[in-house]
Design a protein around this ligand. Structure first.
Ligand code: CO8
Length: 294
């Protein structure tokens, strides 16, 4: 037993030393967008230029999510989704607002039949459909559809002044893109009910305490931290990251027994990949893995 413990300890030390030898990545941005976006900005960031950054860019309306913005966001996500050089995507807004919700002025005149026949909200599903990991970097207001958009992402990092809320009730409507569903799964019924029925906002610290955000950082460091997280994810096999994301998401969408079965089968499936073989071989040989996403 003692020998086994020693072998594990020495292997673990080897891996940690190998990790420590890896160069520290400096975060930098380069504008490489070729699209003429009206409502968003796109860039690639990170030492390996493998993290896409999508910035909601409608500052005068606090990034209210109008149809045009949601269409551009969908298109950008599809483009980065297909781009093999991109390992992770960061979605962010401005210092004042991640997004203050769906565009109230745009939808004020909508009728029920227009909502149904125009498939209102259809462009909102792309974020949740994206196979690559998406990190929401939330500064300022994330309200209504803005909070829902952040919750569609895989990980939320919050700036220390971020505010989350579902204020639709004050407008005579209810959340329509996951506010009553995703929020309840994350923070539990009592808190979700309180937020949805009062419209009260919660701050970044409380969001972290509730598990809505996984980290709170000073506002001016938020984007850098989110990109660093994307880079860290990008050091692993993109293929296995995708499978892992799918398995975690399955926990939200099915029963425990079905989820465990899906996880087990997906785990088995990793044994058909070169990257699983490389990852374990590299561990045994005490060297960093070279993943090929195959
Ligand atoms: N829609 C349209 N315009 C907005 C929105 C919005 N959601 N939020 C802010 N704006 C506009 C304001 O009208 C104002 O424009 P203008 O200068 O032309 O008057 C500008 O942004 C700046 O806003 P304020 O002057 O109000 O800024 P303050 O700092 O005083 O207040 C607040 C900031 C508290 C965020 C305030 O703007 C506010 O309460 N906004 C509305 C928040 C809200 O109710 N969000 C929920 C919207 S409904 C929704 O999201 C439903 C989602 C359902 C699914 C998706 C459907 C598509």
């Amino acid at each position: 037993m003692a020998n086994i413990a020693k072998i594990f300890a020495s292997r673990a030390q080897g891996v940690l030393q190998a990790a420590a030898r890896q160069p520290q990545v400096a975060t930098r941005f380069s504008s490489s967008s070729t699209n003429n976006w009206e409502y968003i900005k796109t860039e690639v960031a990170g030492e390996g230029k493998n993290v896409a950054v999508i910035t909601l860019n409608r500052p005068k309306a606090l990034n209210a999510l109008c149809n045009g913005l949601m269409k551009e966001l969908s298109t950008a996500l599809q483009q980065f989704g297909k781009d093999k050089t991109i390992s992770a995507i960061v979605l962010t807004g401005s210092e004042k607002a991640f997004a203050a919700g769906a565009d109230i002025k745009e939808m004020v005149g909508n009728t029920y039949s227009q909502c149904i026949q125009g498939n209102f909200l259809n462009d909102w599903t792309e974020v949740a459909r994206t196979q690559k990991p998406i990190i929401a970097a939330v500064n300022g207001y994330a309200l209504g559809g803005g909070c829902e958009l952040a919750m569609m992402c895989d990980i939320i990092y919050a700036g220390d002044k971020a505010k989350f809320g579902q204020p639709e009730i004050a407008l005579g409507t209810i959340p329509g893109a996951g506010g009553t569903q995703r929020l309840t799964r994350v923070v539990g019924k009592s808190k979700a009910m309180e937020m949805c029925l009062t419209g009260n906002m919660i701050g970044a610290q409380e969001a972290e305490k509730l598990g809505l955000a996984s980290k709170v950082v000073p506002a001016d460091q938020l984007l850098g931290e989110a990109v660093k997280l994307g880079e860290k994810i990008g050091t692993h096999s993109n293929l296995i990251v995708q499978l892992c994301k799918e398995a975690v998401n399955t926990a939200y969408e099915t029963t425990l027994q079905e989820g465990l079965k899906f996880e087990r089968r997906t785990f088995h499936a990793t044994f058909s990949t070169s990257d699983r073989k490389e990852g374990m071989t590299a561990f045994a040989e005490k060297r960093p893995a070279k993943f090929t996403n195959e």
